[in-house]
Design a protein around this ligand. Structure first.
Ligand code: 5GP
Ligand code: ZN
Length: 111
């Protein structure tokens, strides 16, 4: 069982902000900052290392568009765009995903 496969299949609800036939993006259930979201391929792969090139490219294309949109809407001052690979690097869900973590110069909290 894979939680992100279940979210992608609509079996588990998520706060979705973008979806197409290959990718879904939703807000993180335990956000690091206001607006923290995840861009996830619908096809299961464990991490960036084993993601097919066409899927990888589309994930990052969507990530770039959403990063721009989040900057516009949230008026954040910066953003961390990252993917963790394997437990040693902090990966807890073994289904490839890209984090978009908006950052705020004055108030980097969840309020
Ligand atoms: P990782 O640690 O693997 O890089 O990131 C996994 C992220 O998925 C974490 O930030 C965690 O809060 C988030 N997450 C785990 N389970 C769920 C869930 O069921 N729904 C949502 N929206 N996010 C989740
Ligand atoms: Zn999966």
């Amino acid at each position: 069982m894979c939680i992100f496969c279940d979210i992608a299949a609509g079996k588990i609800p998520s706060n979705t902000l973008y979806e197409d036939d290959q990718v879904i993006a939703f807000f993180d259930i335990n956000p690091t900052s206001y607006g923290h979201c995840l861009v996830v391929p619908k096809q299961h792969c464990e991490s960036f290392l084993d993601c097919p090139a066409d899927v990888r490219d589309h994930v990052f294309e969507v990530a770039q568009k959403l990063a721009n949109r989040l900057c516009d809407v949230l008026h954040c001052d910066g953003m961390n765009v990252l993917t963790n690979i394997n437990e040693a690097a902090g990966q807890s869900v073994m289904h490839f995903h890209v984090h978009l973590i908006p950052r705020y110069a004055d108030n980097d909290t969840l309020t």
